[in-house]
Design a protein around this ligand. Sequence first.
Ligand code: GLY
Ligand code: MN
Ligand code: MN
Length: 456
Amino acid sequence: MFAEAYARLPEQPRPTTGQEYRDRQSRLTAQLRNDDLLILSSPPFAVHSNDVEYRYRTSSDLLYLTGWAEPESVFVLRYVDGAWITSLFVQPKDTLKEIWEGRRPGVEGAVELHPVDEAFNNDELEAVLASWLTNAKRVFLRGGVNPAVDGLVQSAVQKRDRARQHFGSGPVSVEDPSGIIAELRLRKSPSEIEQMVYASKVASIAHELAMRHSREGVTEFQLQSIIEAFFSYAGASGWSYPSIVGCGENATILHYTTNQDTCGDDEVILIDAGAEYRGYASDITRSWPISGQFTEPQREIYDLVLRSQRAAIQACRVGEAYTAPHEAARRVLAEGLIELGVIKQDVEAALNMESGELKKWYMHNTSHWIGLDVHDVGVYKPGGEPRLLEPGMCLTIEPGLYFGAWRPDVDCPERYANIGIRIEDDVLITSDGPVILTEDCPKSVEAIESIVGVPL
Ligand code: GLY
Ligand code: MN
Ligand code: MN
């Protein structure tokens, strides 16, 4: 069913090398003191119902530093005899469990396949970690993930034993390492970009397939299923966030995920769906007319959003503030809505965050970082000032206009009733200008009108 579409994908990229993970670990330890201990735990399973769990997804920080994706694991960095040592506590080999749940790499697999110096069975965690903690002064711990680890750290801090009294040993402070790791994750390496390009290409083709399958009477969940089935077919682990598939007035609900309605010929559908590949997210939104031809009002709004998106992408340049794309998009949207007679204020008044009318129809931000998390880590305003864009940063550009005729808080212009348009691409900042990772996804009016309803 997907063979032809799949053939358009490039080969899957090589996985990140062990050496690169070690380099990331070194960049982290370069910011630590020799008497620090850093602990990252994998999150617990989330229950779907009764004894059924959701697909397991480990923490992005663990993926970033080790590539280790197994559950019930703890990663520790500590300094011993002049060198930083990396350790993983992992699920022990257990034949019965492996018969039921799947093979486990175990201690040997962890050291053999992953960039860590040593591994332990996780049932040794308490004893081993307690002894390491006595040699640490400062512990970096992301709390609230693994209560057993939190308890060990807390009791090590509180302990008032002879060793502490005589030698002052034991930790005296606990800090969150998230900020330091986030700063590393914010700038993507060439290998990370390769993974993101693949995730983006998979999602681009998936959106095109949904366009091609669109016709009057198709349901939102049918289009969702095509998109998500292609993610799996192409080797992605699934979606990077729950797919938003809304036609008609549902397109005016920013994070609509019910996806149960049937599409009418005169409606626009908005699909916001991205694939996750080796932990990396893509995040694409496209909006198109179910009939395959924009009506005049639909086209007016689509053109305007597209112009604003292109202006925002042009602002994705090294040295620009991360807010520049948002400002560019807002200005184009405000000018356009004034021209269309939707906004009766002047541009500056329309842009005003308190009293401007633009925010009635465009109420969200234009960008977020994207990487191992779809809303990726990295402080937007370090020290209160907007971050300046640097090569390797990746962000989305996703302006939209939403005319929900159902909304009691606004007078929706009749001409645009229940038109919801968002256009979202993922952009890499380079010194040569913006690179659109999701550029394969059809976007121009001509491309969309030539594709919608036309099977491959
Ligand atoms: N899909 C969520 C977002 O675009 O941020
Ligand atoms: Mn997004
Ligand atoms: Mn999105």
